[in-house]
Design a protein around this ligand. Structure first.
Ligand code: ADP
Ligand code: MG
Length: 391
């Protein structure tokens, strides 16, 4: 089954539409700090408001625990949406409020879905109450597509085909990630970094079966060093993941793929206010130091592999890039992706920040709005929200 598109919606003209968006933006003191996700939702919202009778946009925000919490209110997002769209947005303080008096042409923003416990529980009764006023349903929230929550799973399942669709962002995300998952043009190179092996075990195992080269960086490289019998001093490691790291290494060797760990590393005596910073070969990490970035030789090697790639997927920074002195490896990878002739996809909250910081976001073919969702997508596992739209 294929993902139903907006163009396939039947009789959407003059209809009331529920639009599940990912408006989970960072908010502080009533101000939206980063409007990336909000901007990404605009094309679908514009398309809908030009056609539908009433559009009710809905989303979760933050870690609300199944009850109203002003810290996670979407009210500031309504104001930001209003200025981004240049039209009034009526904020509805409870997502289950049917708002029967909304006049034709209204755009509503419903309060945080997670103020109700039924959202995370994928409760069909909650989904039925949420969807009841709307004849059509659109899901553009790729960032939550890997979760079986009521507004994206049970709600989507309750509409027949012709009455539900993926929005433009969802479509774009799926098309880009499909190009990486289904017969990617070779050489397919994946760069995986970030803090831990444990949060990325399934993607690592899946990628080993598909890539021609896997480049590793970040804190997770330390666990692979341990698996190879090297010492990592006071570096961040996951002792309990050494067995997993060994089996990933064995799978890579068996398939004959190029599995590349940084040949050299930047080390420091501390992350905050370091007094000593140095570059050493990865087999010479002193006991009292910690790895904070990939070294210059590793950067050159990664650049070379990336320049010859035809498809690239990157998730996870190469070092503690939040500290300027430890950002060189991550920025080098960002620039190498931008310069590569390959089809390039970046996913992951911190990786996307790094691409922006490097000033090359416009040179990446696809920057995913969903960190966890893009990682689950590339494992090839079913995505509950996508399966429900296709049902
Ligand atoms: P993403 O959000 O892109 O998926 P992660 O959340 O997995 O990435 O990891 C990002 C974090 O990993 C960053 O905050 C970074 O500081 C941290 N990190 C990277 N390399 C190291 C390292 N060598 N030691 C400790 N932390 C690291
Ligand atoms: Mg992260």
């Amino acid at each position: 089954m294929s993902l139903p598109s907006l163009a396939e919606l039947e009789k959407v003209g003059g209809a009331p539409v529920l639009a599940r968006l990912d408006l989970n933006v960072p908010v502080r003191d009533g101000e939206v700090l980063d409007d990336t996700r909000l901007v990404a939702a605009l094309p679908t919202l514009r398309w809908l408001t030009e056609r539908a009778e009433v559009v009710a946009a809905c989303s979760h925000l933050g870690k609300a625990k199944g009850a109203p919490d002003p810290a996670y209110s979407l009210a500031p997002v309504a104001a930001a949406l209003e200025s981004a769209l240049g039209r009034p947005v009526r904020f509805v303080p409870d997502c289950l409020d049917p708002a029967n008096d909304a006049g034709p042409g209204s755009l509503l923003l419903l309060e945080n879905l997670r103020f109700h416990p039924g959202e995370k529980a994928n409760d069909p009764e909650f989904a039925a109450r949420l969807t009841e006023p709307y004849s059509h349903y659109v899901n553009d929230a790729f960032g939550t597509a890997h979760r079986a929550h009521a507004s994206v799973e049970a709600a989507a399942r309750s509409y027949p085909r012709g009455r539900k669709a993926a929005g433009f962002l969802m479509e774009r995300e799926v098309a880009a990630l499909d190009r990486v998952v289904e017969e990617p043009e070779q050489p397919f190179v994946a760069v995986v970094g970030g803090a831990k092996v444990s949060t990325k075990t399934a993607p690592l195992e899946a990628l080993v079966g598909r890539v021609s080269s896997l480049l590793i960086g970040g804190g997770m490289a330390n666990t692979f060093f341990l698996a190879q019998g090297l010492e990592v001093g006071r570096s961040l490691v996951e002792e309990e993941m050494v067995g997993t790291a060994r089996s990933v290494l064995a799978a890579a060797a068996k398939r004959g793929i190029e599995f590349v760990l940084p040949i050299d590393v930047v080390i420091a005596d501390a992350i905050d206010n370091p007094k000593r910073v140095d570059v050493v070969a990865s087999d010479a990490i002193p006991a009292d130091m910690m790895v904070v970035d990939i070294g210059p030789e590793a950067r050159a090697r990664y650049r070379e592999v990336l320049s010859a790639a035809r498809t690239v997927f990157w998730n996870g920074p190469m070092g503690v890039f939040e500290v300027a002195d430890f950002a060189a490896g991550t920025l080098a990878v960002a620039k190498a992706l931008a310069a590569s002739p390959a089809f390039t996809v970046v996913g992951g909250g911190e990786s996307v920040m790094a691409v922006r910081q490097a000033g090359v976001i416009g040179d990446i073919d696809h920057v995913s709005t969903g960190g966890g969702a893009s990682l689950q997508f590339i494992t090839g596992e079913s995505m509950p929200a996508i399966a429900a739209l296709e049902s």
